[in-house]
Ligand binder design. Structure first.
Ligand code: MG
Length: 260
């Protein structure tokens, strides 16, 4: 009898775990800096994240920098309207306003917004520091700790150009899923270093298409950027890519829908 109860308990846990993992949409579409272009929203704004969620993309990507006083903020460039992020305090950045009236989002605010739903994953790119490798590592570490603090682990996957920062993020929590952007490591090298996958520029994958199959054989994920042309989208889909990062999520969503 005890064995039967134990069996059902295990089955319940297994089913709940599977449900939790499968609640995210699986359509390969990653909105690059959120979904901003079609609606004229600021890139990396909370509004662009909400639009990606509304469209139903599998993931919404955003970029993270660390201020001088170690606040993680979401912005693409190293500067915000002429103010250098790494050498400014968060309070100084608050003197600037995005075109839709938002202030620069903190990582905490971005994660909190993303956690209000369970269909679109959050693709967190932490940027290499322009000051030091040590700061790149600190951003990787702090991003992982912030995600842990907010309990957002199941929403978040990471990407980075910083190999050292990626290693630091993985060391901070070995379950962290980090895909590497810089293109200078083979799938085998990434696997050995503990990375989750690659997110490489299409020009590299056109030269090295075998890396997609090699990565899959090693159990790594594959992603490519920034894909706005239909011919590139179709080529990557033919190669069996896992994800495609695009400024045109509406176009890619309808292309993938039309192929079903
Ligand atoms: Mg990015």
């Amino acid at each position: 009898m005890q064995n039967i109860i134990f069996f059902f308990l295990l089955m319940t846990i297994f089913t709940q775990t599977s449900l939790a993992q499968s609640s995210f949409i699986q359509n390969k579409v990653i909105a690059h800096r959120g979904a901003w272009k079609a609606q004229g929203l600021p890139q990396n704004s909370i509004a662009s994240l909400r639009e990606a969620i509304r469209l139903g993309t599998e993931g919404s990507e955003f970029d993270v920098w660390m201020t001088a006083d170690e606040v993680l903020v979401v912005n693409h460039d190293h500067e915000l309207q002429g103010m250098d992020i790494e050498t400014s305090t968060y309070e100084q950045l608050l003197t600037k306003t995005l075109s839709n009236g938002e202030k620069i989002p903190t990582l905490k605010a971005y994660l909190t917004e993303g956690k209000t739903q369970k269909s679109t994953k959050l693709i967190l790119e932490f940027k290499p520091s322009q000051i030091s490798v040590a700061r790149s590592e600190r951003v990787g570490e702090l991003a992982v700790k912030t995600v842990q603090e907010l309990g957002a682990q199941s929403w978040v996957e990471y990407i980075t150009f910083s190999y050292e920062g990626g290693l630091k993020a993985i060391a901070t929590d070995p379950k962290t899923k980090v895909a590497y952007l810089n293109g200078d490591k083979s799938p085998q090298q990434l696997k050995e270093a503990g990375f989750y996958g690659f997110d490489y520029h299409i020009s590299l994958l056109r030269r090295m298409p075998q890396w997609i199959a090699e990565a899959k054989d090693l159990g790594l994920t594959t992603n490519s950027w920034t894909i706005n042309l239909e011919e590139d989208m179709l080529w990557l889909l033919e190669q069996g890519i896992d994800f495609i990062t695009t400024d045109e999520p509406e176009k890619l969503l309808s292309l993938i829908q039309s192929k079903k």
